[in-house]
Design a protein around this ligand. Structure first.
Ligand SMILES: NC(=O)c1ccc[n+]([C@@H]2O[C@H](COP(=O)([O-])OP(=O)(O)OC[C@H]3O[C@@H](n4cnc5c(N)ncnc54)[C@H](OP(=O)(O)O)[C@@H]3O)[C@@H](O)[C@H]2O)c1
Length: 208
């Protein structure tokens, strides 16, 4: 079964590269498929590009890798998502990365779930940089990937997907946890960009 990724920018391409290298078929959904044909072709024969509607129809798992401002329209584009797993990799970033536009009493993911009728929304792939999605290998640990969502089966599927590309994928329970995972993404952004530490690091989990 294929994985669809809406958006073929930094995150979309990084996840598409990782999944196709693992042998999965990936269908990108974009506004202008012709504009992305050459870039997607570089990922090899397992990757293809289509319209958003075609990509959503193609798979049971759809990853949103688009700007937060575009999320509501995509969520509403289907009257019924038919039980699809809708993975929210977005963050409701304020301009200039000054903070989040949604939070504490709700989250981008919970707002998405209100709009995407019949979708099983799972928050994942939002808490680290795209470079870590393309390549999870570090000599000194395994990048951490928290995952939350209200449907336990959907959550398990996404945990397995994240683990398949090398993340230490961790079950963080119900979708309400996105209220904590979206600000957690800001911690990575703060360190990487605002504090100038660069993008070549990831958070890892220690346990005893
Ligand atoms: N960059 C990171 O390291 C990172 C890490 C974690 C999470 N995120 C989050 O992931 C999301 C994507 O970030 P990004 O860095 O990948 O952004 P990006 O490089 O700007 O790419 C965004 C992609 O979304 C497409 N797009 C925009 N509106 C669309 C629509 N209505 N339907 C379909 N595609 C649409 C754009 O295509 P067009 O050419 O048509 O504009 C482009 O392919 C954001 O919400 C961001 O906060 C980013």
């Amino acid at each position: 079964m294929s994985i669809s990724i809406i958006g073929a920018g930094n995150v979309g391409m990084a996840l598409g590269k990782a999944f196709t290298q693992r042998g999965e078929a990936v269908v990108f959904g974009v506004r202008d498929p012709a504009a992305y044909a050459a870039e997607v072709a570089k990922l090899g024969p397992r990757a293809s590009v289509a319209t958003n509607a075609e990509a959503i129809a193609a798979s049971g798992v759809v990853i949103l890798a688009i700007p937060y401002a575009a999320v509501a329209a995509v969520a509403r584009s289907l009257a019924d998502w038919g039980g699809r797993i809708l993975v929210d990799a977005t963050n409701p970033l304020a301009p200039d990365l000054s903070g989040l536009t949604v939070g504490t009493t709700t989250s981008g993911a919970e707002e998405l779930a209100k709009l995407a009728r019949g979708a099983r929304v799972v928050k994942a792939f939002n808490t680290t940089g795209a470079e870590n999605m393309a390549d999870t290998s570090y000599a000194n640990g395994t990048p951490f990937m928290p995952v939350c969502g209200n449907d336990a089966e959907a959550r398990s599927s996404v945990i397995a997907l994240a683990a398949s590309i090398g993340f230490d994928a961790v079950d963080c329970g119900e979708l309400v946890a996105a209220r904590y995972l979206e600000p957690f993404a800001m911690t990575w952004i703060l360190m990487a960009i605002k504090l100038g530490m660069g993008r070549r690091f990831a958070f890892a989990r220690l346990q005893r």
